[in-house]
Structures are given as structure tokens and as C-alpha cells.
Design a binder for this molecule. Structure first.
Ligand code: PGA
Length: 256
């Protein structure tokens, strides 16, 4: 059985002091009510990574970044490399979030370059895919997601794919308060898993963890994550408060 993974995508929120406060509260909650069967990850802004790393040292909370560039070093003003993320304590990196695609021109091809670098560096990528509202309304959700997965994972081996995380995040559900229904999520997650089976074989498809993201809240998390192919959540807004993020982690636990 796949272990659930709940990751908090803080986006462009939290100063250093606020980040430290938030992760301290989360760590306390997890110490008082441990949830041992769920991987918990926080993905703060770059400047918060090191201070957050220092707070979570010795805990089971994992650290991830929200993006990275594929070159190792050099004249790329404003960018961050995989090596820098590793040195800041990251084990995960979110790649191809829809906000990066929408506002910063990322494409499946650039997501693929980042993904290859993440694997080469030993970071676990969380690759985001998902359709926009008009694409769902036009009935092309699966076609859109298929292209994102195929092109995003071009030249990736089955052994690499096995270790990664895919986040299905319908764009119309992100930050809107309108989550996909558990059935809608399950349908696309199943589709992604079948696609992975065609691309990499059954074993790999069964191993890949597929998170759902888009308006996950404490009151809808358990139902979404009870779907057979929903292996966790990528949480934006509700990860900005320790209480609500912790409740979502608890909802992911089989023992809760
Ligand atoms: P949301 O964001 O939970 O605020 O909808 C999810 C995401 O963008 O990862």
C-alpha cells in the first residue's frame, strides 16, 4: 500500500519570523499527536528554507522548495539551483505548479528539464498537472493531463518515476474554495495511474504517489484521500495555519 504524503505549498507567504512560528506550531502538534503513517512536507519560500530546516531538525517533517532552475550555477539572476536546495536541507521540490505555468511561462518542456535535474541531484520532484476550467468544460481534461504527464516525464526512467510524486491540481479548484469532488479526483488519478502503467509498467504505476491539490481543507480532506488512487494532498491556503494543516495530515492517516 502506498504511504500517504501531505505537503504544504506556502506559495509567496510568510516572512522568516512568520515561517518559523508556523513550523514551530506544526512541529508541536505533530509531537503531541504523532501521525506515523503519513509523510509530512512543508514547502516554504526560498528565504525561509534554512530557518525552517533548523526548526524541523530532528522531527519527521520533510522540507521542499517550490521551484528550481535546471542549471548548476552561473549567470542566471534570480534563480536557485538543485545544489542550493540540497544545501538548504530540501529533499523535495515542487515543479510545474500551475501558477508557474500561468504567470512565469513554464511549459511541459521546461518542467521536464527541471525534473531531470531534480532526479540527478537526488531531490524528489512533486510534478503538478491539471486542467483549466475551460478545458474541463470542453471535455479535454484527460487529453490535457496526458500531454502534461508524457512531456513532463520525457526521458525519465521507470526507476526514477517510481520515486516521484505527481500532484493532480485542477486549476479551477486552486484557491477557489471549489474542490474537485472525490469522484472527479479519483477519475483523473486513475487515468494518470493507467497512463503511467502504459509508459513505465504496472509496478512503477502502482508505486507512484499521486496527490490531489485544489482547495483541500480539513472538512473535505478525509473523503478525497479515501479514494483508492488519491495518495495524499498538496495543500495551499490551508497549510498556512498549523491547526488546519495538522487536521489534514490527520485526515490522511489510516488510523485517525
Ligand atoms: P489551495 O492551493 O489549497 O489554496 O487551493 C493548492 C495548490 O496550489 O497547491
Amino acid at each position: 500500500m502506498r504511504r500517504k504524503i501531505v505537503a504544504g505549498n506556502w506559495k509567496m507567504n510568510k516572512t522568516v519570523d512568520e515561517a518559523v512560528d508556523l513550523v514551530r506550531s506544526l512541529k508541536e502538534k505533530l509531537a503531541q499527536g504523532p501521525v506515523d503513517d503519513v509523510d509530512v512536507v512543508v514547502c516554504p519560500p526560498f528565504v525561509d528554507l534554512v530557518p525552517v530546516r533548523d526548526v524541523i531538525a530532528g522531527s519527521k517533517i520533510g522540507l521542499g522548495a517550490q521551484n528550481m532552475y535546471w542549471e548548476d550555477a552561473g549567470a542566471y539572476t534570480g534563480e536557485i539551483s538543485a545544489g542550493m536546495l540540497l544545501s538548504a536541507g530540501c529533499s523535495y521540490v515542487i515543479l510545474g505548479h500551475s501558477e508557474r505555468r500561468q504567470y512565469f511561462g513554464e511549459t511541459n518542456a521546461t518542467v521536464n528539464k527541471r525534473l531531470k535535474k531534480a532526479f540527478a541531484a537526488g531531490l524528489t520532484p512533486i510534478m503538478c498537472v491539471g486542467e483549466r476550467l475551460e478545458q474541463r468544460q470542453a471535455g479535454i481534461t484527460q487529453a490535457v493531463v496526458e500531454i502534461q504527464v508524457r512531456e513532463g516525464l520525457a526521458d525519465i526512467t521507470a526507476d526514477q518515476a517510481k520515486q516521484m510524486i505527481i500532484a493532480y491540481e485542477p486549476v479551477w479548484a486552486i484557491g477557489t474554495g471549489v474542490n474537485a469532488t472525490p469522484e472527479q479526483a479519483q477519475e483523473v488519478h486513475r487515468f494518470i495511474r493507467e497512463l503511467l502503467a502504459k509508459m513505465f509498467g504496472e509496478d512503477t504505476a502502482e508505486a507512484v504517489r499521486i496527490q490531489y491539490g485544489g482547495s483541500v481543507k480539513p472538512d473535505n480532506a478525509a473523503e478525497l484521500m479515501s479514494q483508492p488512487d488519491v495518495d495524499g494532498a498538496l495543500v495551499g491556503g490551508a497549510s498556512l495555519k498549523a491547526e488546519s494543516f495538522y487536521e489534514i495530515v490527520r485526515a490522511a492517516s489510516q488510523r485517525s
